[in-house]
Design a protein around this ligand. Sequence first.
Ligand SMILES: Nc1ncnc2c1ncn2[C@@H]1O[C@H](COP(=O)(O)OP(=O)(O)OP(=O)(O)O)[C@@H](O)[C@H]1O
Ligand SMILES: [Mg+2]
Length: 509
Amino acid sequence: MNETAQHSDSIKPLLELSGISKNFPGVRALSQVSLELYPGQVTALVGENGAGKSTIVKILTGIYQPDDGRIDINQKQTRLSSPQVASQVGITAIHQETVMFDNLSVAENIFIGHAPKNMWGLIQTKKMHQDAKQLLERIGANLDPSIELKNLGIASKHLVGIARALSVNTQVVIMDEPTAALSYKEIEELYVLIERLKAEGKAILFISHKFDEIYRIADRYTVFRDGEMIGKGLLNELKEAELVKMMVGRDVTGIFPQRTGTLGETVLEVKHYSHPTEFDEISFSLRRGEILGFYGLVGAGRSELMQCLFGISESSNGALTLDNRTLHIKNPTQAIDNGIVYVPEDRGGQGVVTGLPIFENITLPSLNKLSNRGFLSLAKEFSIARSYSEKLELRAASLDQHVELLSGGNQQKVVIAKWLATQPKVIILDEPTKGIDIGSKAAVHAFMRELADDGLAVIIVSSEIPEVIGMSDRIIVMREGLMVAEYSKATVSPELIVRDAAGIAEHVA
Ligand SMILES: Nc1ncnc2c1ncn2[C@@H]1O[C@H](COP(=O)(O)OP(=O)(O)OP(=O)(O)O)[C@@H](O)[C@H]1O
Ligand SMILES: [Mg+2]
């Protein structure tokens, strides 16, 4: 363990969890874990998909009760018996819809549990709105305090969470993968706000699968693996590779799988594809066995292009040829029937059917192929689901488990599996490993390459440079709706694509 005695002795933890256990039917989500959060410091909680990170967040926000263990806040044992109690004692979570109240106003969400009251104990609505406005202004948010939270987008909800975190009463701020849904610019703004929270002495718990941001923003780390606490300490005393090893339990090389197959014939040809507002004159082709990467900044039009190819929106001009047949794809059903599938970036909740077990979620879109003269073989359904789950390192108690009980990252693997199981000709993966831990990422990459080597044509949209370069045979860079560059694996470099994406001219030495 890497606990440094001097440091933890000099300041006392604001919040201390010890011996916390939590069981679900068939799953030991947490087993005797401990966690300390210090005032004015960011503690990163790292662990693989299903390690128990979100479970600890739900315990801290009063959504779940632990089976065992104790919680101390400012050296005083505390029971977080409900979300209301958790917010009253000053614990705030950002990006955890469950503890934001959709039907309350922005101001009520900011001041929940500690609204300004008059001498008769009635809430002073006007003062609350003024105070809320002030807090929002402090973080540069121009939001109306009186509108209901449900009318806001993700980034604005974050800001409300942060305004609440800044209100005097808050002591502990929890962020569970806060940057997953944010653009590059919004992420930078979040970092600035985190610095401000630190300066005000708040204790911050930060959960992320991105190691660069952990090292940038966090002071301490705590590692969970399979529901157990594996190690904790100061980040500046630990190399990234060691942290990864602690988390995964083995070395992760970061080497991408190489193509073993040869490229086949052209399967997809896109010519002069245009959209009234999002992109213009996009032309490219894709061969069987090929992985084609699309790189660009958020807003470059990559996702819009892919959604258009999948029939979510209509192109204003251009032609699409699949296996030498020109298609006019008007909706996703047509795309799927023709063998083009798209796995969207925003998979949170939408991509899975809650109330159905994992195996049915995986086989759902492939039912036509699996049914034998109208009779669906359950055994076959199971065996297909099992093989995809194994390849993607899906972690679940069993394939019968309802998909909503899976951890966030494992739900994403279900979504990827279900589209792969349709055995498409072309699969488009938008940010395929977002929210997936570094160990399973390698499995997802290996499986993608294996399928390509078997003849699948793959398009990946990725903002992660190592991923897009490591996985792709060819890379197209988009900027402001246009194709601005194309590279082969041999000619590409990180500097080149970053420059193309940002529109920075080559520096002449
Ligand atoms: N309500 C529940 N019922 C049954 N099992 C659950 C429930 N909530 C969580 N689990 C299980 O507990 C384990 C820990 O899940 P948790 O959501 O805490 O993981 P995580 O570390 O947040 O993972 P990720 O990085 O994928 O978000 C998983 O095996 C998950 O399936
Ligand atoms: Mg989680």
